[in-house]
Design a protein around this ligand. Structure first.
Ligand code: FMN
Ligand code: SF4
Ligand code: SF4
Length: 433
């Protein structure tokens, strides 16, 4: 079995699966059970400043989006940071770190954007023996209206300033958790780096309203006839998170900055994808909330098997896909494919025909007996039929050989790479030497 031992910012954990700061990491009871189940580390539910803790709503705090099989695809929450007293959390953190020295324990912190507030809490956290801190600049609801969370995370100058305060005050590694509720994720990441942060983690939750009740005409979850936007997470947000991770990993200004990947990690595959795009480890919330702590067993076994199959060490996976993320203009226009339908696995549902006929390129013919065939002279290789076909691998995209003629364009497929930067239709094209 490939070793999953992981080191992130010098913080060791038996595997790269950490629980993200959220209800699963709210208290010692949860975390001990999570560690027994096999989680490599935890980011404790976000701590606030000393004094009366925040107050949560007493009505429903979660909303959801489901697939047709009722599988949870997206979770929305209007929960705030920890509503337990700071001293209780600190005491429990100290006990947990003492009892589980081989697991990573990170303290997530959100206090007002004032130097004194950060300088007051950091020594208390350090005293627990925590391995590092994560600055929560991400929560999009409740705390942001009070000038914290995403209200800070959306202003790169604030991120840089707070990261600098923290680095000046503590010996602990500083991870800045980024909000996705921003146009260009590279800006807050660069600000974190400029402030001296050791790493970024992303994504926190996305602003969302999951549904509107059509009887009460209120957003869900509904509290006494009213609703509020919340933070969206779970499998549905993974594509957004992957893209943001890749932007940070490949931007020259932030390339090499360690990244902890968060957002919809549910299986070992999800984790491997985040790591391939440059994450040193991953954090998980919704999957644990949906399936319980034991899900980590499948994640670790699956990732280990995958690495064995590839004869690869965990460290070799990190960033393996980053060089293959590029801008559209660099994609090879001489790479030509056509859809192919495997008649043996086709169940004749006709979805591919409807999709291509009505909304794509009229490139699928329906022949007698509901036999569906691709017309190569019309197929633009958009992949829509592959995506709508209910039978996996029934439709595949196959590359035309070099030297073959594309019946749609009449052009011979050539071996050389040819992209938009040098295309004759591009007024800004750079002529080939
Ligand atoms: C109910 C709930 C509460 C959360 N509370 C916090 C929090 O206190 N601090 C924080 O940094 N992130 C918080 N998050 C965000 C998660 O840590 C994580 O960034 C997000 O859920 C995306 O990961 P996932 O798709 O695995 O859930 C919370 C998420 C949920 C669902
Ligand atoms: S790839 Fe696109 S154009 Fe080609 S057959 Fe499928 S849907 Fe039609
Ligand atoms: S969508 Fe798939 S299964 Fe349905 S007719 Fe087309 S190829 Fe066959």
């Amino acid at each position: 079995m490939a070793s999953l031992s992981s080191e992130f910012l010098g913080i060791k954990s038996p595997n790269p699966f950490w629980l993200a700061s959220a209800p699963p990491t709210d208290k010692e009871y949860n975390i001990v059970r999570a560690f027994k189940a096999g989680w490599g580390g935890v980011v404790w539910k976000t701590l606030g400043e000393a004094g009366p803790p925040v107050v949560n709503v007493n009505g429903p705090r979660y909303g959801a989006i489901w697939g047709a099989d009722r599988r949870l695809l997206g979770l929305n929450n209007i929960e705030l940071i920890t509503d337990r007293p700071l001293e209780v959390n600190l005491r429990e953190m100290k006990t947990v770190k003492r009892d589980w020295p081989d697991r990573a324990l990170i303290a997530s912190i959100m206090v007002p954007c004032e130097e004194a507030a950060w300088k007051a809490i950091l020594p208390l956290v350090e005293e627990t023996g925590a391995d590092g801190i994560e600055l929560n600049f991400g929560c999009p609801h409740g705390m942001s209206e009070r000038g914290m969370g995403s209200a800070v995370g959306q202003v790169p100058e604030y991120i840089e300033m707070v990261a600098r305060w923290c680095k000046q005050t503590t010996r602990m590694p500083v991870i800045v958790k980024l909000t996705p509720n921003i146009t260009d994720i590279r800006k807050p990441a660069a600000a974190a780096k400029a402030g001296g942060a050791d790493a970024v983690s992303l994504i926190n939750t996305i602003n969302s309203i999951t549904a509107v009740d059509l009887d009460s005409f209120a957003p869900e979850p509904t509290i006494d006839g009213k609703g509020s936007h919340g933070g969206y997470c779970g499998p549905a947000v993974k594509p957004i998170a992957l893209s943001m991770v890749s932007e940070i990993a490949r931007d020259p200004e932030t390339a090499g900055l360690p990244i902890s990947g968060i957002g919809g990690v549910t299986t070992w595959r999800d984790a491997a994808e985040f790591m391939a795009l440059g994450c040193g480890n991953v954090q998980v919330c919704t999957a644990a909330m949906t399936y319980g702590f034991a899900i980590v067993k499948e994640m670790t076994a699956g990732l280990s098997d995958y690495l064995d199959g590839k004869d690869m060490a965990l460290a070799d996976l990190v960033g393996r896909a980053t060089p293959n993320v590029t801008d559209w203009q660099n994609l090879n226009l001489n790479y030509v494919t056509k859809a192919r339908i495997d008649q043996d696995s086709c169940i004749k549902c006709g979805r591919c025909f409807a999709a291509c006929e009505d909304t794509s390129h009229q490139a699928i013919a329906m022949k007698p007996g509901r036999v569906f065939e691709v017309l190569d002279d019309e197929c633009v290789a958009c992949n829509l039929c592959v995506n709508v076909c209910p039978v996996e691998n029934c439709i595949t995209m196959e590359r035309l050989d070099v030297g073959a003629t594309d019946p749609r364009t009449g052009k011979v497929v050539v071996e050389e790479h040819g992209d938009w930067t040098a295309h004759p239709n591009n007024p800004g094209a750079v002529a080939a030497e």
